[in-house]
Design a protein around this ligand. Structure first.
Ligand code: ATP
Ligand code: MG
Ligand code: MG
Length: 376
């Protein structure tokens, strides 16, 4: 069979490898962590992500190259595109590595984003605040994740300190109007090189401390908004010439208005629910897309709530796995635990997730409430 090389061997690399191994592919990952999550299922080259020689070594044994994160080093990306087969190309990486470039590309596809301004100094921030109004969110254009690299500015007296905090990074800054959303959703769309596009059912996402806590599917929004959200994600995938997956995070306002928050050109935490709840998982679909196989059906088989297992939850979760889950039985829930095999557990580190297959998403939410593990 063919070998797929993955830049990054974290949980996403592991789950891509697991899905692809079942399809007959072999995997090699590049990751600096010895015993990375992918290491039980993929051959691993232990090296830093920006190590061009190591990436070249991976390329020589791979037929197809993909990545599990968007901050791929530019030198590595250029070498790989030139010397091996990277069906996703490097343009999508270039776009999604930078919030401003990303917003420009989203708008060019005719898809709405929150009003924003480029910030080039304190005076420019003051001016932009008068235009966008309070509250607004100041973000670094690059490098942010889990809410790091952003500050909500709620009043004039927070302006200077917010600017000082973020400009210290030396990164470019962007100001976004704060959207007072009714809920947050995401749509994962797949596209193959032949131009076929398919999206997954919409996930409603609830964050805790800026980290994804729950994904709820079906999302509790009208079917009209669901259709529109999928249309927007599929439009972005097509207009941006995506190959592989494109995860699209959106805000939904009370009156059903949609704004795209950000994109990720890869499998997404909010798509983990697909592993048991859909006919095809996001990981299988990603492999199919980059290998230019026909995209598979994405039908939702059951309502589902996904809950993330972070470092602080792990002990309680493992303890529970040895016990009969009376709460689940009573609520008619089938819990499916996935652990990523990380050797070190840390506060807020993603260690695994649980897909709660249920008759109604409220039952899954009741289980989360009842189990009393997730308060921190
Ligand atoms: P991720 O871990 O998803 O990559 P991130 O650090 O890139 O996160 P964003 O997704 O931009 O950050 O923002 C994190 C969260 O902050 C959003 O999910 C949303 O809850 C809130 N947020 C960000 N921007 C806005 C906005 N313009 N209006 C309202 N809420 C916002
Ligand atoms: Mg992000
Ligand atoms: Mg986000």
């Amino acid at each position: 069979g063919s070998t797929i090389g993955i830049l990054g061997g974290g949980q996403l690399g592991r789950m891509i490898s697991l899905a692809g191994t079942a399809m007959g592919y072999q995997f090699v990952t590049l990751d600096p962590t010895i015993q990375s999550p992918s290491s039980p299922v993929a051959r691993q080259i232990v090296a830093e992500y920006d190590d061009v020689d190591a990436a070249r070594e991976m390329a020589t044994i791979s037929d197809v190259i993909t990545y599990e994160f968007e901050n791929v080093d530019a030198g590595v990306a250029a070498m790989l595109v030139k010397k091996s087969y990277v069906p996703q190309g490097s343009k999508l990486l270039y776009t999604t590595q930078h919030r401003l470039r990303e917003k420009v590309a989203i708008e060019a596809a005719g898809v709405p984003v929150a009003p924003y301004r480029v910030i080039e100094g304190l005076a420019s921030l003051e001016q932009a605040m008068t235009e966008l109004g309070y509250p607004s969110v100041l973000k670094t254009a690059t490098g942010g994740y889990d809410g790091k690299g952003q500050v909500v500015i709620r009043s004039e007296d927070q302006l200077a300190s917010a600017y000082a905090e973020l400009s210290a990074s030396g990164r470019e800054l962007v100001l976004e109007q704060f959207i007072s959303f009714a809920c947050e959703i995401s749509v994962i769309a797949a596209r193959n090189p032949s131009g076929e596009v398919k999206s997954f059912p919409i996930s409603e996402n609830i964050h805790q401390n800026n980290i994804l806590h729950l994904s709820i599917v079906p999302a509790r929004i009208t079917s009209q908004v669901q259709r529109e959200a999928r249309r927007l994600a599929e439009t972005l995938a097509a207009k941006m010439d995506v190959v592989g997956l494109l995860a699209v995070e959106m805000f939904v306002t009370e009156d059903g208005q949609l704004y795209v928050n950000e994109l990720a050109p890869r499998p997404h935490n909010s798509g983990h629910y697909t592993m048991e709840a859909c006919t095809t998982s996001q990981f299988e679909q990603h492999v199919r897309a980059i290998c230019n196989l026909p995209l598979a059906d994405t039908t939702l088989l059951s309502p589902v709530v996904m809950v993330n297992v972070l470092g602080q939850h792990l002990e309680s979760v493992i303890q529970r796995t040895g016990e009969r889950d009376e709460a689940a039985t009573e609520l008619g829930i089938i819990p499916k635990l996935h652990l990523y095999g990380k050797t070190e557990s840390k506060h807020n580190r993603k260690m695994g997730h649980i897909n709660l297959l249920c008759k109604d998403v409220q039952d899954g939410l009741d289980w989360v409430e009842h189990t009393n593990i997730w308060r921190q």
